[in-house]
Design a protein around this ligand. Structure first.
Ligand code: ADP
Ligand code: MG
Ligand code: ZN
Length: 475
């Protein structure tokens, strides 16, 4: 039988705040010695009182707004009880039946160019657990991560392929970064995915039984685990078996999902309202104030690059990939005035040099202003494209004004000078056949002559100028 996969994602993203979710411990825990960013509250000592981090709430709201969610005027925190050595409180503080936001949606663009809306069921706030490291015959507990703020973004089961799920997850990453709510660096565990997968016969509306695979920490493992689960469930159903509702883990080395436990229900966690934290009351003014802080989002930005600047779909999307990259492009373009050429220099020449160094745009020493000036010089004919490419690696390192670097290197462009005129005249005199061809309407003949002039000047002539002079000389 032919089956259709049904996929829902739960995404946990670490909120980038100065301090933890319910205490004042420093939230900058990466590279810190174990158990140095801890206090009585996040270690779960009896008698301590949590205090909600306002900045975490605001960043959660901004993300929810960017996902098109409604922000609830009233929401509350609940205790989700379970026992584990990385959870000294014995419960996670989360939001159960009254989350801070619900009912959002985002649009993804598939490879074939079509779009699809994926609904967001809810975004809620919670705190994270600590970290266990298994060594030899023991286990080490590090509570630095305990109490760090998280937002959990739960989708509706609206995705029907690995491609859709992967695009959705990537888009969520872009959005949380754009609004400045999370760095979402997966290598640091700042963003993790739980995948819910079920199959149903093609054409069927009702959902089948799902499995849930937890804690995937890269796009690659998200895709691999989805592929694996879809294949596993297909084979199981085709062999007459039944999918068991269970919680799985992903074994990255073996490339298989492994059963961890049978599916837990809400009752297993004995959710109840957190008695030590007052409910969250979010005013309309606060929501509208935060809405104003949301920047233009990647999809809108990419659409604007296409419609206003005439950039290609691919270039627009690549530039809108991150706020840093699009900011860089826009600053450079403001100086150069030429969108396509600027996009090309950023995405091709600049990226090549950054990639070679293993750097990103944030590490770039060359200012967008100087890149913009270089592009403008090429377009104005003050320097040839060939020369620009030759000096670019040096410009990239020294970040001088392009004109200064050109002067320093003694590079000179043959503009409309007597010298260039003379070379053109010589080439024209040597090529009577080309002139006859040109006069007979063969534009290609002109190109050949331009090529000869460029050769004679070792590429230092301004091609626009050469074109003009030759046209003038040939009539
Ligand atoms: P839980 O918290 O128990 O995991 P939720 O109802 O919150 O359950 O759902 C979690 C995720 O599972 C959501 O993204 C939801 O869309 C998805 N989901 C629910 N039922 C199915 C199903 N039958 N197949 C695939 N995904 C599902
Ligand atoms: Mg779940
Ligand atoms: Zn603390």
């Amino acid at each position: 039988m032919e089956f259709e996969p049904v996929i829902g994602l739960e995404i946990h993203a670490r909120i980038s705040t100065k301090t933890k979710m319910f205490c004042r411990c420093d939230n900058d825990i990466f590279d810190a010695e174990p158990n140095t960013h801890v206090c009585e509250t996040c270690m779960g000592f009896p008698g301590t009182l949590p205090l909600t981090n306002e900045d975490a709430v605001k960043k959660g709201i901004k993300t929810a707004l960017a996902l098109g969610c409604e922000i609830k005027e009233f929401s509350k925190f609940d205790r989700k009880s379970y026992f584990y050595p990385d959870l000294p409180k014995g419960f996670q503080i989360s939001q159960y039946d009254r989350p801070i936001s619900e009912h959002g949606k985002i649009t993804i663009t598939l490879k074939d160019g079509s779009t699809k809306v994926i609904r967001v069921m809810r975004l809620h706030l919670e705190d994270d657990a600590g970290k266990l490291t298994h060594v030899g015959d023991g286990t080490l507990v590090d509570l630095n991560r305990a109490g760090t703020p998280l937002m959990e973004i739960v989708s509706e089961a609206d995705m029907n392929s690995v491609e859709e799920a992967s695009l959705y997850a990537r888009q969520i990453q872009k959005i949380v970064r754009y609004v400045g709510a999370s760095d979402a660096d997966m290598e640091k565990g700042m963003m993790r995915f739980d995948i819910n997968v079920s199959l149903r016969p093609k054409g069927e509306k009702k959902f089948g039984t799902r499995s849930e695979c937890k804690n995937l920490n890269s796009f690659r493992s998200l895709e691999k685990a989805l592929e694996y689960e879809i294949k596993r469930q297909t084979e199981l159903l085709n062999a007459g078996g039944k999918v068991v509702q269970e919680t799985l883990g992903w074994d990255d080395e073996r490339g298989v999902t492994v059963s961890q436990r049978s599916k837990e229900e809400a009752a297993d966690y004995r959710y109840f309202p957190e008695p030590d934290i007052p409910p969250l009351v979010i005013t309309h003014e606060m929501v509208e104030g935060l809405r104003k802080e949301i920047p233009e989002l990647p999809e809108a930005k990419s659409a604007r690059y296409q419609s206003e600047l005439g950039l290609s779909v691919a270039d627009s999307r690549q530039l809108a990939e991150s706020m840093e990259l699009s900011d860089y492009f826009e600053k450079a373009f403001n100086v150069s005035g030429f969108p396509k050429k600027t996009a090309n220099w950023v995405l091709v020449e600049l990226m090549a040099l950054l990639n070679a160094k293993g750097h990103t745009i944030s590490d770039c020493e060359l200012t967008p202003q100087n890149l913009g000036k270089l592009v403008k010089m090429i377009e104005d004919g003050a320097i040839t494209g060939k020369m620009a490419k030759e000096i670019f690696p040096e410009l990239f390192e020294c970040n001088l004004e392009p004109q200064k670097l050109i002067d320093k290197k003694g590079i000179r462009v043959m503009g409309n000078t007597g010298e260039l005129e003379k070379i053109c005249a010589e080439i024209v005199a040597k090529n009577p056949q080309s002139i006859a061809d040109f006069k007979a309407g063969k534009e290609r003949a002109l190109g050949a002559l331009v090529g000869q002039v460029m050769g004679a000047t070792k590429g230092s002539a301004n091609p626009k100028m050469v074109n003009e002079i030759l046209r003038r000389l040939m009539v």
